[in-house]
Design a protein around this ligand. Sequence first.
Ligand SMILES: Nc1ncnc2c1ncn2[C@@H]1O[C@H](COP(=O)(O)OP(=O)(O)O)[C@@H](O)[C@H]1O
Ligand SMILES: [Mg+2]
Length: 150
Amino acid sequence: MQKQFTTTSPAQTRALGKRLAAACRGGEVFLLSGDLGAGKTCLTQGLAAGLAIAEPVTSPTFVTHQEYRGARGLALEHFDFYRLRAGGDEFADFFNRPDCVCALEWAQMLAPILPPEHLSITLEIVAPRRRRIVIETRTPSGEEFLARIE
Ligand SMILES: Nc1ncnc2c1ncn2[C@@H]1O[C@H](COP(=O)(O)OP(=O)(O)O)[C@@H](O)[C@H]1O
Ligand SMILES: [Mg+2]
C-alpha cells in the first residue's frame, strides 16, 4: 500500500514531516531515499517539529547518528549513512524501539540489517521546487500508520 504527496516548497515538505510525526506512536522506522537535495533532511526536520523537538536538526553527513529528545516522549534518531562504507550494525538497536522514531538517510548500505517493520519514503525531484513523495509499506502496522496520516 502506498500514499503519494507532492510538495512545492521546503516548508511544505517540512509540514508533511510534521503530519507524519503526528501519526507516530513510537517504533516507526522511516527509510528515506532520493538523490542529494531531494529533501530527506527537510522531511526529517518536519518530523522533529512534530515530535516537539526544539533543537535544530541539521544534515548529519559527517556524523552518522544524531539523537534528539522530544517533548512528546519520543526521541528522533536521525541517521545519515552516506559516508558509511562498512559496519553500522550497532545502530540496529534503535530500530523499532517503542520510545523512538528512526529516520534513515542512505540506508541502502545497511540492507542486511534493516528491520522488516519500516516505511519506505521515496523523494523525487520533479522540478527545482517540486518533490513527489511516496510512502510505501508492506506490513499491517505500516498500513495502519498510513491510515493515521491526516
Ligand atoms: N519542495 C521541496 N521540498 C524540500 N526541499 C526543497 C523543495 N524545493 C526545494 N528544496 C530545496 O532542496 C534542498 C533539500 O535539501 P535536503 O533536505 O538537505 O536534501 P537531502 O537530505 O535529500 O540531500 C534544500 O536546499 C531545499 O531548500
Ligand atoms: Mg540529507
